[in-house]
Design a protein around this ligand. Structure first.
Ligand SMILES: *Cc1c(COP(=O)(O)O)cnc(C)c1O
Length: 379
């Protein structure tokens, strides 16, 4: 293929940008925050920033943002109540990589273990388990999407001679259900399964889980050994990214020193995105814990508003306690396409990330009302 004339390149860029802008406005079905402004960071795009290797060990390569990455890890370690003398983590390419990391450490610790995860678990987990070649058992979910603790207990009991790796969810993809890590811990204790590891997939809700009015146990102090959070979801980033938080003592078991990069090869990828660490740092330093909390409070208010509006129309909308995801029966194909609503079986949802406003909900509701009226005329 020969190269494109300059004018064509310009046209195509403009057209793509226009499409992205339009689509961005009507997206209320995916957990992607869009209310960010990283324009003061433009200049950084001129540099090949690469945080290769372990963020806590200096590397020979100096075009990097590891100090900011460490601030990001410190922030989350504190928020997720990790032991201040025994935590570790890094900025990943997203929740999927963070989940892979948690499961990887778990398997290195317990090579003969069985993994247990509920049927509401994100598809990245199944793929990761396949990649790592760990045997696994799927546990039933309750109607609200939370793991069925009785089924978990019975299944664990049956396999209690094996070390157990439990994948708990904190914010499932469709219903934003949250598994209670303290209940999982007490089941393990009751069955006297001492060799166990809990990885909490908090890709969706980990960034605001600390602020729930009625706290649901999920963090390191509650008993999780590692936690995943997506950076481009609740916080927002132009580049997909995530964070994994675990214990330093656990990561020490998998660390290998590599002289070529002059640091430890403790991460899944070698070269790592230094820009996303910079973006997350910028967002977190501006927000602080209080800003993150008010971001959550606003999102929750919009979710309650959305739920009430739908219920007012006679639509059986509901949400899990403290969730910013409103679940309801799936809409027509036209509304699904227009508002980018993800569906699964008979349900769909609106996820009230901070950029979703009440007036946007009103516009969506207008569409629903219009459709209901048209259907009535047709019927
Ligand atoms: C989004 C999500 C993931 C995957 O995260 P990515 O950042 O898309 O890789 C995993 N688990 C849950 C529950 C999620 O919502």
């Amino acid at each position: 293929m020969t190269c494109l004339p300059h004018s064509n390149i310009k046209d195509q860029l403009e057209e793509t940008l226009k499409k992205i802008k339009e689509a961005n406005q009507l997206s209320i079905g995916y957990p992607i925050s869009k209310d960010f402004d990283y324009s003061p960071l433009f200049e950084f795009l001129n540099y090949p920033i690469n945080n290769l290797g372990d963020p806590f060990v200096d590397s020979t390569y100096k075009v990097q943002t590891r100090d900011m990455e460490r601030d990001v890890i410190d922030f989350f370690a504190h928020l997720l109540r990790a032991n201040k003398d025994d935590y570790w983590g890094y900025v990943t390419n997203g929740g999927s990589e963070s989940n892979l990391y948690g499961l990887y450490i778990a398997r290195e610790l317990y090579p003969k273990a069985m993994v247990y995860y509920s049927e509401s678990t994100h598809y990245s987990v199944k793929k990761n388990i396949q990649l790592l070649n760990i045997p696994s058992i799927v546990i039933r979910s309750n109607d609200n999407g939370e793991i069925d603790y009785d089924d978990l207990q019975n299944t664990l009991q049956y396999n209690r001679h094996l070390p157990a790796i439990i994948l708990s969810n904190f914010g499932t993809t469709m219903k934003e259900a949250k598994d209670d890590v303290s209940k999982i811990k007490s089941i393990l204790k009751k069955l006297a399964i001492q060799d166990h590891y809990i990885h909490c997939d908090a890709a969706l809700s980990g960034a605001y889980g600390a602020f729930l009015e009625n706290r649901i146990p999920f963090d390191i102090a509650d008993g999780a050994d590692s936690i995943s959070i997506s950076g481009h979801k609740f916080i927002g980033s132009p580049i997909p990214c995530g964070v994994v938080i675990t214990k330093r003592s656990l990561r020490d078991r998998v660390s290998k020193s590599v002289s070529y990069i002059g640091t430890l090869d403790t991460t899944i990828t070698g070269s790592r995105n230094g820009h996303s660490a910079l973006f997350l740092w910028y967002a977190l330093m501006h927000l602080g814990v209080d800003g993150l909390k008010s971001r959550y409070d606003n999102a929750l208010e919009v979710a309650e508003y959305c739920k009430a509006k739908l219920q007012h129309l006679g639509i059986p909308a509901w949400s899990n306690p403290g969730a910013i995801t409103v679940v309801f029966p799936k809409t027509s194909e036209a509304l699904k396409q227009k508002w980018q609503l993800a569906t699964e079986e008979h349900i769909t949802h609106i996820i009230c990330m901070s950029n979703v406003t009440k007036s946007q909900i009103d516009l969506f509701i207008e569409d629903v009302v219009l459709e209901m009226e048209n259907n009535r005329v047709l019927a």
